[in-house]
Design a binder for this molecule. Structure first.
Ligand code: NAD
Length: 497
């Protein structure tokens, strides 16, 4: 499936219908307050829409509608085979509308149109289809008990799930929550990031078209401290599936404690190491992967391999290869189908990335590629792929999540130092190891404290494999059957004979 040849995406962008109203109880509505917030196209910095700014009153309405739908049983108690059909139709509709949805995604976040149309949207559709297929393949248990009793253990939907998601892969991240939460029979309130509400709002109607009963999926766009907080504190929301920063993840833990002890799943930030050992026999392949691992999506990736930890003896040779890869990547017009690197999501995020670059220079690291804002005349927010050499793991650029196209190169003496540096971080989302030594590969995979470890590859993913972090990268898992655990409660039923 490839994007059609030379479509005039600029013309299509001008004519695009941008959804701007909240979706509650099966209908598009304005925010109760009538307030809106601005959406900017990061490719040229212009305001392209004013979107309903939901607050407490709108969240209340969404929760009432979700609860009513849940208790009616129209989705929560419907036969699994029926739920499967609806979700498969939903997935199909995402695919049928992938060019429209891809365009909405690019207009929101400035990622290359070829990526959103051929990557993000099909990947979200695949996620929904995967959970649809799983619905009637997950069994309960009969526990081992004494002979005078039979005990059945089942998983029941928690009820109302709030899915609060970020802007870097807006629809994919939403699908990682919607798939398992809807498949297990919950009602969902989706809160997209304020930078990227369009696809979330558009798919709400597609879900209804697929046959999802009204009220089962509601979408409340709005600012984090308003709509997000109201969901976190709501006494009738049973679970929050959150993806975003560690900072906001902490808030959700607090909201839970201050309200109804709602279940929280947290997929948070990262500072993933890419460890390249001297015995790696495919330095070209490793260099391609290291560059893709930090520059894809302009580095706005939770598991971005932002720390290159490389053995002294091959550092210069290896870095040269990574530099060649970076040189081939130039930020360009997100609406051009040949563009590989788009913009940064907002001006604020751009300034944040530039501050980190300045900080790296001030702390003594050396820029060996990039380092500049580019395409300023477009009005958009573009940064060159940037590589630092001579970084110590104590520097801010090695410790904090930049969420931009910035790679920090750290030299180490040997394997043991590489493991120490790799683990010297508050995060534990992912890691890459490049080695030809099978023993070191196994030792490293065990030694690294992260939810995902890739050996001689990076950023591979399948719906069948869980994704999520250790340490301050969060807990709970997206993807795979394990994600269904977050959205269900275990019930033990005892039948005395
Ligand atoms: P963010 O934490 O700023 O926002 C995420 C969501 O939380 C948004 O919907 C936002 O509106 C909401 N929010 C913000 N402040 C809030 C508050 N006070 N109360 C309630 N809700 C609030 O994150 P972001 O900038 O949108 O996304 C980038 C972050 O997401 C990075 O840290 C990245 O690593 C992380 N991320 C993690 C994963 C993963 O799977 N681990 C995947 C993608 C992104």
């Amino acid at each position: 499936m490839n994007v059609e040849i030379n479509p005039n995406w600029h013309q299509r962008a001008e004519q695009a219908h941008l959804p701007t109203r909240a979706f509650i109880g099966g209908a598009y509505v304005d925010a109760v307050s009538g307030e809106t917030f601005d959406c900017v196209y990061p490719g040229n910095g212009r305001i392209i829409a004013k979107v309903a700014a939901c607050g407490e009153a709108d969240v209340d309405a969404a929760v009432i509608s979700a609860r009513k739908a849940f208790e009616s049983g129209a989705w929560s108690r419907v036969a699994p085979a029926e739920r499967k059909k609806v979700l498969l139709r939903f997935s199909e509709l995402l695919l049928q509308n992938r060019e429209e949805l891809g365009l909405l995604e690019t207009l929101n976040v400035g990622k290359p149109i070829a990526n959103s149309t051929n990557g993000d949207i099909p990947s979200a559709a695949n996620c929904i289809a995967w959970y649809a297929e799983a619905i009637d393949k997950v069994y309960g248990e009969v526990a081992v008990t004494a002979d005078d009793v039979t005990t059945i253990v089942v998983r029941e939907p928690v009820g109302i799930v709030a899915a609060v998601v970020p802007w870097n892969y807006p629809l994919s991240m939403a699908a990682w929550k919607l798939g398992p939460a809807l498949a297990t029979g919950n009602s969902v309130i989706l809160k997209p990031a304020e930078q990227s509400p369009f696809t979330a709002l558009r798919i709400a109607q597609l879900a209804i078209d697929a046959g999802l009963p009204a009220g089962v999926l509601n979408v409340v766009p709005g600012l984090g401290h308003a709509a997000g907080k109201a969901l976190g504190l709501h006494m009738d929301v049973d679970c929050v599936g959150f993806t975003g920063s560690t900072e906001v993840g902490r808030y959700f833990m607090q909201y839970s404690g201050q309200s109804n002890i709602k279940r929280i799943g947290l997929e948070l930030g990262g500072k993933s190491p890419q460890v390249v050992l001297a015995d790696c026999d495919d330095l070209d392949g490793a260099a391609r992967s290291v560059a893709a691992g930090i520059f894809a999506n302009s580095g706005q990736v939770c598991n971005a391999g932002s720390r290159l930890i490389v053995e002294d003896k091959i550092k210069d040779k290896f870095l040269e290869k990574v530099l060649l890869q970076a040189a081939a990547l130039t930020p360009a017009d997100p609406l051009d189908p040949s563009t590989k690197l788009g913009s940064i999501v907002t001006e604020e995020q751009l300034s944040r990335v530039m501050r980190y670059i300045e900080d790296g220079v001030a702390s003594g690291a050396k820029i060996v590629a990039g380092g500049n804002r580019v395409r300023q005349d477009s009005g958009g927010f573009f940064v060159e792929p940037t590589i630092f050499d001579g970084v110590s793991n104590q520097m801010k650029i090695a410790r904090e999540e930049i969420f931009g196209p910035v790679l920090a190169t750290i030299s180490v003496r040997d394997f043991d130092e590489a493991m120490t540096v790799a683990n010297d971080t508050i995060y534990g989302l992912a890691a890459g190891i490049w080695t030809n030594d099978v023993k070191k590969a196994h030792r490293a995979a065990k030694a690294i404290k992260a939810g995902v470890v890739w050996v001689n590859c990076f950023d591979r993913g399948l719906m069948s494999v869980p994704f999520g972090g250790f340490k301050q990268s969060g807990f709970g898992r997206d993807k795979s059957i394990h994600a269904m655990e977050k959205y269900t409660d275990l019930k033990a039923m005892w039948f005395a004979h």
